[in-house]
Design a protein around this ligand. Structure first.
Ligand SMILES: [Zn+2]
Length: 164
């Protein structure tokens, strides 16, 4: 059987995390400036021709970072739609420490509803699945390997669902 020359889905993805670091405190994360910076950085690149999609990943929502809410990720994506191929990556650690409940069954249901109402589930191309060391809402970006302690998500409905 002939091997396909088509790149794997993962080869088609540029993983783009929008941890926006600012030299000085800002009053409000600026989705407009971030979208403009991404558009500028990718100007002249024919991403569609290359089969590449830029993924905006949600963040832990620490003080000076953008992307701690699904609304902010959605706004950046909306501003770039039609300019570059654009979609989302959802990081489970970031989702948890940003304050979304992915531990209880009701919580994961609500979080998925929030995700669908903002970014849209059809726009989520990758789930970056990892555990967290920190508590929900702590905004501490402390990843943990799945299966290691301390674990904030080992008993979560989310991990139970994906391992079932
Ligand atoms: Zn992280």
């Amino acid at each position: 059987m002939a091997k396909s020359n088509a790149p794997s889905p993962f080869a088609r993805i540029i993983w783009f995390s929008i941890l926006a670091h600012f030299a000085e405190p800002i009053a409000r994360p600026d989705c407009c400036k971030t979208a403009a910076a991404i558009a500028s950085a990718t100007q002249g690149l024919d991403l569609a021709q290359a089969g590449l999609t830029i993924l905006i990943e949600n963040t832990a929502g620490s003080e000076f970072s953008l992307g701690g809410s699904f609304e902010q990720v959605a706004e950046v994506i909306d501003r770039l739609r039609g300019i570059i191929p654009i979609a989302a990556c959802i990081d489970t650690c970031h989702t948890h420490v940003a304050g979304y409940d992915i531990v209880s069954e009701e919580g994961i249901y609500q979080t998925l509803q929030d995700l669908d109402a903002t970014i849209g589930l059809n726009n989520v191309k990758v789930i970056h699945c990892n555990d967290a060391k920190a508590a929900r809402g702590s905004k501490l970006d402390r990843h943990q390997h799945i299966g290691r302690e301390p674990s904030a998500l080992s008993r979560s409905a989310f991990f139970s669902t994906i391992s079932a």
